[in-house]
Design a binder for this molecule. Structure first.
Ligand code: SF4
Length: 396
């Protein structure tokens, strides 16, 4: 499997892009986690992985989306992005997750990528705006991988994403990535209506379409119109974990997950402090679905000082880690609401109803299912997670 995957990576993407990925994301990414571990020993929390939603607008209307995609446009512009990235870089970071809305609606996205050839960007996109020209631009800049979301077959995609002909348009974007030899991933937010995508057949289809990595999220019931009927059962979550572990050892495609360590124990990237989020208004938030903040990137101190000195983020990390190894938003939305009130944090949405939404959520299960842990079987994933993706002492 490793040899086959290695062969794919050596023959499919542009060699220069592979080098950028290996060096900027692989080597420097590992180094940034080492620096993070060192900082932790000194009691300084600044995440090695920043997720930045650069724009709120999107052309789709997904079920359960928490972003104000129809509200007036908010964006983090090139200057602000340069400031954030330069400050993070100065502390060893090299990876940035770029989210939206739809990031490709941001008119300066290519300029942002171009300004930081020493970094690596993962762009969470619906793929529909990736024309041949855009794909060739991504190849030219060389330091970004599109992570294209596909939520099911034609009917399910249209239903999940609130528009018509969604799948064909997305597949056209994916094909443009393949033609221009990009490193490309496909993400799926698994829920009741697309659970059938958790299958070997689907992964084999992705391999045939030139996809190099898949990322399975589990659907989170949040936002102004939370679709509770789409939530997975605990058995389904365990099945996804088992499927990921098995397929990692079987198929020549990388599989990403962000919710389990090498022993199969659950973790929350926000609680461990390995990542925090910046919203389209510049709000500094614990994670993308916790839309509350005390700080903003416009603060003159810079993102390192702001995040590492935030009492709000600290309280969130510590309270979440004490509460559960899983997702505090799913399991204890009441505690999230209390923390927001305790810190008198600002609702960072334009709709202004985030607190009421949080208070209305029912408690449910998440990825933390004690006694049902499934350890990594494939040695490379086990090794990588053991050294660079674990609890970082949060769960003591
Ligand atoms: S709080 Fe939930 S959604 Fe946010 S990072 Fe943690 S597990 Fe993920």
């Amino acid at each position: 499997m490793i040899l086959q995957f290695g062969k794919r990576m050596l023959t499919e993407p542009d060699k220069r892009l592979l080098w950028k990925f290996a060096y900027n994301f692989g080597y420097k990414g590992m180094r940034s986690v080492q620096k993070y571990k060192k900082r932790l020993k000194q009691g300084v929390h600044f995440p090695p992985f920043l997720f930045i939603s650069i724009i709120n607008s999107c052309q789709l209307r997904c079920q359960g989306c928490w972003v104000d995609v129809e509200s007036p446009r908010e964006m983090i512009d090139l200057d602000q992005m340069n400031r954030i990235i330069n400050d993070a870089k100065a502390h060893g970071n090299s990876y940035f997750g770029i989210l939206g809305g739809e990031p490709f609606m941001h008119p300066q996205l290519i300029q942002i990528l171009e300004a930081h050839p020493d970094c690596y960007f993962q762009i969470f996109t619906n793929g529909q705006m990736i024309t041949e020209h855009l794909a060739s631009e991504l190849r030219r800049v060389g330091n970004a991988t599109p992570l294209i979301s596909i939520e099911g077959g034609e009917i399910v995609s249209d239903e999940r994403r609130g528009r018509l002909n969604v799948l064909n348009r997305t597949l056209a974007g994916l094909e443009n990535c393949r033609k221009h030899k990009l490193i490309v991933g496909v993400a799926t937010s698994v829920c009741q209506t697309n659970y059938d995508l958790v299958s070997e057949k689907w992964l084999r289809r992705l391999i045939d379409m030139g996809v190099h990595y898949a990322w399975f999220h589990t659907y989170r019931v949040v936002g102004p119109k939370p679709a509770a009927e789409l939530a997975l059962t605990p058995d389904q979550v365990v099945n996804i974990r088992r499927f990921i572990v098995e397929m990692r050892a079987k198929l020549p495609i990388a599989i990403v997950d962000a919710y389990w360590d090498d022993k199969g124990e659950a973790l929350c990237p926000m609680a461990t402090g390995v990542s925090h989020h910046i919203g389209p208004s510049g709000a500094v938030e614990p994670c993308p679905i916790i839309q509350f903040a005390k700080e903003n990137v416009s603060d003159e101190r810079g993102i390192f000082d702001v995040m590492s000195n935030s009492a709000f983020l600290k309280d969130f990390r510590e309270t979440a880690a004490k509460t559960t190894r899983g997702c505090i938003v799913l399991e204890r939305p009441d505690i999230v609401a209390k923390l927001v009130l305790k810190h008198n944090a600002t609702d960072t949405t334009q709709r202004g109803t985030a607190l009421a939404e949080m208070q209305a959520l029912e408690s449910r299960t998440s990825q933390h299912l004690p006694g049902r842990e499934i350890p990594e079987e494939q040695w490379m994933y086990r090794f990588a997670k053991k050294h660079w993706f674990f609890g970082f002492g949060a769960y003591t």
